[in-house]
Write a new protein. Structure first.
Length: 412
């Protein structure tokens, strides 16, 4: 019986954010205590409780006393959550507003650890001060300030030493008060659990009595409804038979109209199909005509492009021939100049004037012959070039026809 009550109690207990927000703020500490107990028993998933506790809406319209109670319960049961969840919960809105770090409530959350000794703490502080002074004192003024600071700390230590026993006594008294408060809170929690269990059992008994009354009332209503259904069923059968005959007549008329509609629809569909065939044939003819025209345009463009390339190639070959002839002419001119220079040097070295003049005349004749010598034309250029070659005693003219037609001349 106890297990059944416990299962019913767990099923009635809601771990949902909407249900918690629907509660009064004063009821939420009691709900949190019960939720932690169910999580500890394994009846509730801790992730569900975690999602509710990190919500910012949980502390809406909540007074400080209620928030402190919830924080105290949460800190006592913090081990129910994982380390990552604990870290997030310590930074949640609930602990930020009402936790031990807000408004000096650290002693209500958990007991403060008493230091090992006030004298050791003071000695550690003095050592840190001395190290800081050694690191930062770089001048005479700094050293003077460091000496003054040490003297002040020594005076503070001398003043604080008589108060150490009093501080220890106060800490011990505060720890005892905190332990007493924790014990009273635990008793209150246990008392609240007992009251809640008593109220739950009482509500369950009332619910069972109400369910029995409802069951009896339901059975009576079902019996009356069964008799009424029997009467209504007989009337319904007669009415159904009449409706069925009328429906059959309507179906026959509808079938006749449907056949007529189908015949008309079939005729219209055939006409639409014939029209679609004619339209597709016309579109196909237009598309083929357009493709044929595009193909003709492409072939014409390729032909024009090939002709343009051929003309450019002819022009390039003619230009190369012109450059070759110009180079040959420069070579002949240099050869004639060399012959004249050699003849001039030889004539300058001769003692006989007539012999020197004869050598100069021969050199001029050779140079003139070298200048008038006709350049050789490559055999391949005559067979490939489509232009005409016109020569005279004074000029050589090359023409290349086409869209890039040009001509160049070179004096002999």
């Amino acid at each position: 019986m106890g297990k059944a009550k416990k299962s019913q109690e767990e099923s009635k207990f809601a771990v949902e954010l909407k249900a918690v927000l629907a509660m009064e703020p004063e009821e939420r500490p009691k709900w949190l205590s019960m939720a932690c107990r169910f999580v500890d028993d394994g009846a509730v998933n801790p992730n569900q409780l975690y999602d509710i506790l990190v919500s910012e809406k949980l502390t809406k319209n909540m007074v400080r006393q209620t928030g402190l109670k919830m924080c105290k319960t949460l800190l006592k049961n913090m081990e129910l959550f994982s380390e990552k969840q604990q870290k997030t919960l310590r930074q949640s809105v609930l602990l930020s507003q009402f936790g031990p770090e807000s408004a000096g409530s650290a002693r209500e959350a958990k007991p403060v650890k008493q230091p090992a000794g006030s004298s050791d703490l003071m000695e550690e502080m003095m050592a840190r001060c001395r190290n800081f002074v050694r690191e930062t004192a770089g001048s005479y003024e700094h050293r003077q300030k460091a000496v003054k600071l040490q003297e002040e700390w020594a005076e503070i230590a001398a003043w604080h030493e008589p108060l150490e026993e009093w501080e220890k006594a106060m800490m011990t008294r505060n720890d005892a008060m905190l332990l007493d408060k924790a014990a009273r809170a635990e008793e209150e929690r246990l008392q609240a659990i007992l009251e809640w269990q008593f109220e739950s059992d009482k509500a369950q008994e009332e619910e069972e009595r109400r369910q029995k009354k409802l069951e009896l009332k339901r059975l009576e209503e079902e019996e009356r409804a069964r008799a009424e259904r029997m009467k209504a069923q007989e009337a319904w059968l007669a009415e159904e038979l009449r409706k069925r005959e009328e429906a059959e007549a309507r179906e026959r008329a509808a079938e006749r109209r449907r056949r007529e509609r189908d015949e008309e629809e079939r005729r219209r569909r055939q006409e639409r199909e014939e029209e679609d065939k004619r339209r597709r044939a016309e579109k196909l003819r237009q598309r083929l005509a357009a493709e044929f025209k595009a193909e003709e345009d492409r072939k014409r463009w390729e032909k024009e492009r090939e002709e343009q390339k051929r003309r450019e190639e002819q022009a390039r070959k003619a230009e190369l021939e012109r450059q070759a002839r110009a180079a040959e002419e420069r070579k002949r001119a240099m050869e004639a100049h060399r012959i004249l220079e050699e003849a001039t040097l030889r004539a300058a070295n001769m003692s006989n004037k007539r012999s020197a003049e004869r050598v100069l005349e021969e050199a001029r004749a050779r140079a003139e012959g070298a200048k008038k010598q006709r350049p050789e034309t490559p055999a391949s250029s005559g067979s490939q070039a489509s232009g005409s070659h016109v020569s005279s005693s004074k000029q050589i003219v090359f023409r290349v026809p086409g869209p890039l037609e040009f001509q160049f001349r070179k004096s002999e």
